[in-house]
Design a protein around this ligand. Structure first.
Ligand code: GRG
Length: 308
C-alpha cells in the first residue's frame, strides 16, 4: 500500500510506502519484545506474559513511539525500550479487559484469551507483571537519553496508565454498561482515557526521549489525541461491520451488550465522517515538521482505512 500523504496546503503531496514501513517496524518490535521477556522461575507467569505479549497485533503503539522519537530528532534505539513498554501495558489492558469480571471474552488476537488458557488468577497476575515490568524496562534499558527525559517519560506513562487515563476510562465504561442514556460527553471521556491516553503517551514519550521542545510536545499531543479518538470510532464501526476472523476477537459485542457507541449515536456514515475530520485535524498539527512527519501522517490515514 503506497499512501499519498498531504503535507499541509503549501507543500506538494509525497508518497510513502506505509506497508513496508509498518512491516519492517513490526519485525524489529517482535524481536525486541521476544528478547525483553525470557522465561525464568517461576516459569508459569513468564509463559503467561509471553503468551499474550507475543500473540501478534498491529504493534501500532510501539510503532507510533518510534516514529515520534525519530520525528523529534532521536533514534529508534533510544525509544525501543519505551516502545516495548507501551506494548506491555497495552497487552496488560487487553488481558484484564478480557477477564470475566470485565468484558468476558474468549478470543483475542485470533487466540484464546489469557484467562482461558492460564485461568483467571494467573491472567490477573500476568497483567500486573506486564504493567510493572514495563516501567522497570524503561528505567533499566533506556540508553543514550538524559535521565531527566527518562524520568519524564515514566511520569507521563504512569499518568496515562493510571486513574487519570486508562483505568479512569475503563471505570466510566464499566459504570456506563447497561445504560441507554450515555451522553456524547461521557462517551468522549471514556475513549479519550481508555484508548486515547496510551496512544497519546506513545507519541509524546517518543518525542520526550528525543528532548523535543514543549511546543512540539503539545503539537504531537494534539495530533495523538485526535487520532486516538478516530481510532476508537473506527473500532466501534469495525465491531459492527467486520467478522470475528478479521478482528481476531468476538465481533458484534457492543450491539449484543446494548452498549452506547459512536455509531449507535451517529450512525455508521456520520461516524466515518467524524473520524476522517479528526484525522484531518490531527494531520494539520504536523504541518510544521515537513517531510519528517511522513510516517506519522501515513499512520494517521491508516487508522481510518484499517480493517482490523
Ligand atoms: C490495570 C492499568 C490497568 C488497566 C486496566 C482493562 C483496562 C484497565 C482498560 C481497558 C483498555 C482497553 C482494552 C481499551 C481498548 C483499546 C483498544 C481499541 C484495543 C484494541 O487495540 P488494537 O486494535 O489491538 O491496537 P492489537 O491487537 O492490534 O494490538
Amino acid at each position: 500500500m503506497v499512501l499519498a500523504t498531504e503535507m499541509g496546503s503549501s507543500q506538494p503531496e509525497s508518497s510513502f510506502d506505509l506497508s513496508t514501513y509498518l512491516a519492517k517496524r513490526k519485525e524489529a518490535i517482535e524481536v525486541a519484545l521476544d528478547s525483553a521477556l525470557p522465561v525464568i522461575y517461576p516459569e508459569k507467569i513468564y509463559e503467561a506474559m509471553r503468551y499474550s505479549l507475543l500473540a501478534g497485533g498491529k504493534r501500532l503503539r510501539p510503532i507510533l513511539c518510534l516514529a515520534s522519537c525519530e520525528l523529534a530528532g532521536g533514534t529508534t534505539s533510544m525509544a525501543m525500550p519505551t516502545a516495548c513498554a507501551m506494548e506491555m501495558i497495552h497487552t496488560m489492558s487487553l488481558i484484564h479487559d478480557d477477564l470475566p469480571a470485565m468484558d468476558n471474552d474468549d478470543y483475542r488476537r485470533g487466540k484464546l484469551t489469557n484467562h482461558k488458557v492460564y485461568g483467571d488468577d494467573i491472567a490477573i497476575l500476568a497483567g500486573d507483571a506486564l504493567l510493572t515490568y514495563a516501567f522497570e524496562f524503561i528505567a533499566t534499558k533506556t540508553e543514550n537519553v538524559p535521565p531527566q527525559q527518562v524520568l519524564q517519560t515514566i511520569a507521563h506513562l504512569g499518568h496515562a496508565a493510571g486513574a487519570g487515563g486508562l483505568i479512569g476510562g475503563q471505570v466510566v465504561d464499566v459504570e456506563s454498561e447497561g445504560k441507554t442514556d450515555v451522553s456524547l460527553e461521557t462517551l468522549n471521556y471514556i475513549h479519550a482515557h481508555k484508548t486515547g491516553a496510551l496512544l497519546e503517551a506513545c507519541v509524546v514519550c517518543g518525542a520526550i526521549l528525543a528532548s523535543a521542545s514543549t511546543a512540539d510536545l503539545q503539537r504531537l499531543s494534539r495530533f495523538a489525541k485526535n487520532i486516538g479518538l478516530a481510532f476508537q470510532i473506527i473500532d466501534d464501526i469495525l465491531d459492527i461491520t467486520a467478522t470475528q476472523e478479521e478482528l481476531g476477537k468476538t465481533a458484534g459485542k457492543d450491539v449484543q451488550a446494548g452498549k452506547v457507541t459512536f455509531p449507535s449515536l451517529w450512525g455508521i456514515e456520520e461516524s466515518r465522517r467524524q473520524a476522517s475530520q479528526l484525522v484531518a485535524d490531527a494531520k494539520d498539527q504536523l504541518a510544521v515538521f515537513g517531510s519528517k512527519a511522513l510516517p506519522l501522517l501515513a499512520i494517521a490515514d491508516f487508522i481510518t482505512s484499517r480493517s482490523n
